[in-house]
Write a protein that binds this ligand. Structure first.
Ligand code: SAM
Length: 284
C-alpha cells in the first residue's frame, strides 16, 4: 500500500497511529518484496502475521499462501482491515495479543480442536515487544518452521551476533534457530517514520535444538545467571547467580573446556550447553 493509501485509510477511519503499540505502517514496495521473498511463500503455507496493521503485508501474503491468520491487538484497525482484505477469503482476521493468546487454538481456527499445524510467521514486529514476541514464538508449542520478521536494526544485529558479542537474546534465538539478516530498511520505509532504521531477519527454526540440553528451563536459568553480571568473568559471576561454590563453578568450567576468564558475551550456544551439562546435577 502506498503512503497515500495509508494516510487516506487513517483519515477515513479517524485513526491516529499509537506509538505505544509500535504502529509504524509499511510504505515501501522494496521492503514488502524483500519480506515476502525471504518467506518463500507457497500455496500450501499457513502464515501467522503478527500485527496486521492496515493489511499492507497481509494482502501480499494472502496472494501467495493457502491461509493467513492476521492477528491485530488494536480494535480500531479491525474495520479498515476488513475493508482492505474483503476480497481475500483465505485471511482470518483475529483481534488479540500475541503475548497472551492461545497459539494452538489460534492456529486450529475457531471452534476446531487444537492440532499440529505447520506454519510460518511473517511480521513487521512492534518494536516495544520484539524480544518478548520472539521468545514466546520460539518457546511455543507448536513452533513455527520459519520466521521472517522486521525489527530494529540494532536488535537484528543482536539476533545474529557471534561469540564475543552474544546476549541473552542471541542465545535464546540461536538455541532454537538460525537467524540471518536478509535486508535493511531505512526509517522512511514506514509511516509514521520511527526514529531508527530496521532490518529483516529470517530465522530457520531447528526441528530439534542442535545443542543437547535435557531441561531447557534450567539451561536458561544458567544463561541468565551468566549474563546478570556481564562485565564479570564467569568464574566470579556464576557462583553467586547459581548459589554454588567458586570451586564447583571453576571445576565445571574446566571440564567444559571454557576459560575461566571469559565473560558471558564470549560463549556460543554450544559452549553454554557444554557448561550446562557439567552443572546440571547441581542445578536441580
Ligand atoms: N503489518 C503492518 C504493516 O506492516 O504495515 C503493521 C506493522 S506495525 C510495525 C505493528 C503492528 O502490531 C501494529 O498494527 C500494532 O497495533 C500491532 N501490535 C502491537 N502489539 C501487538 C501485540 N501484542 N499483539 C498483536 N499485535 C500487536
Amino acid at each position: 500500500m502506498s503512503l497515500g493509501e495509508i494516510r487516506w485509510l487513517l483519515r477515513e477511519f479517524n485513526i491516529r497511529p499509537k506509538k505505544s503499540l509500535g504502529q509504524n505502517f509499511l510504505v515501501s514496495g522494496a521492503l514488502l518484496r524483500a519480506i515476502t521473498s525471504a518467506a518463500d511463500i507457497d500455496k500450501k503455507d499457513t502464515i501467522l502475521e503478527i500485527g496486521a496493521g492496515l493489511g499492507t503485508l497481509t494482502r501480499v501474503l494472502a496472494e501467495g499462501a493457502q491461509r493467513v491468520i492476521a492477528l491485530e491487538i488494536d480494535e480500531r484497525l479491525l474495520l479498515p482491515l476488513y475493508q482492505v482484505l474483503q476480497d481475500y477469503p483465505n485471511v482470518e482476521i483475529v483481534q488479540g495479543d500475541i503475548l497472551k493468546i492461545d497459539l494452538a487454538q489460534l492456529l486450529a481456527g475457531p471452534g476446531e480442536a487444537p492440532k499440529e499445524v505447520n506454519y510460518k510467521v511473517v511480521a513487521n514486529l512492534p518494536y516495544y515487544a520484539t524480544s518478548a514476541i520472539l521468545r514466546r514464538l520460539l518457546e511455543a508449542a507448536p513452533k513455527p518452521q520459519l520466521l521472517v520478521v522486521t525489527v530494529q536494526r540494532e536488535v537484528a544485529e543482536r539476533l545474529v551476533a557471534e561469540p564475543g558479542q552474544m546476549s541473552t537474546l542471541s542465545v535464546s534465538v540461536q538455541f532454537y534457530g538460525q537467524p540471518h539478516i536478509v535486508a535493511r530498511a531505512p526509517a522512511g520505509a514506514f509511516y509514521p517514520s520511527p526514529k531508527v532504521s530496521s532490518a529483516v531477519v529470517r530465522i530457520d527454526v531447528y526441528e530439534e535444538p542442535p545443542a543437547e540440553v535435557d531441561d531447557v528451563e534450567a539451561f536458561f536459568f544458567l544463561v541468565r545467571a551468566g549474563f546478570a553480571q556481564r562485565r564479570k568473568y564467569l568464574k566470579n559471576s556464576l557462583p553467586q547467580g547459581l548459589g554454588l561454590s567458586a570451586d564447583q563453578v571453576t571445576s565445571a568450567l574446566r571440564r567444559a573446556r571454557i576459560e575461566e576468564t571469559l565473560r558471558p558475551q564470549a560463549l556460543s550456544v554450544e559452549d553454554w550447553a557444554r557448561l550446562y551439562r557439567e552443572l546440571a546435577p547441581q542445578l536441580r
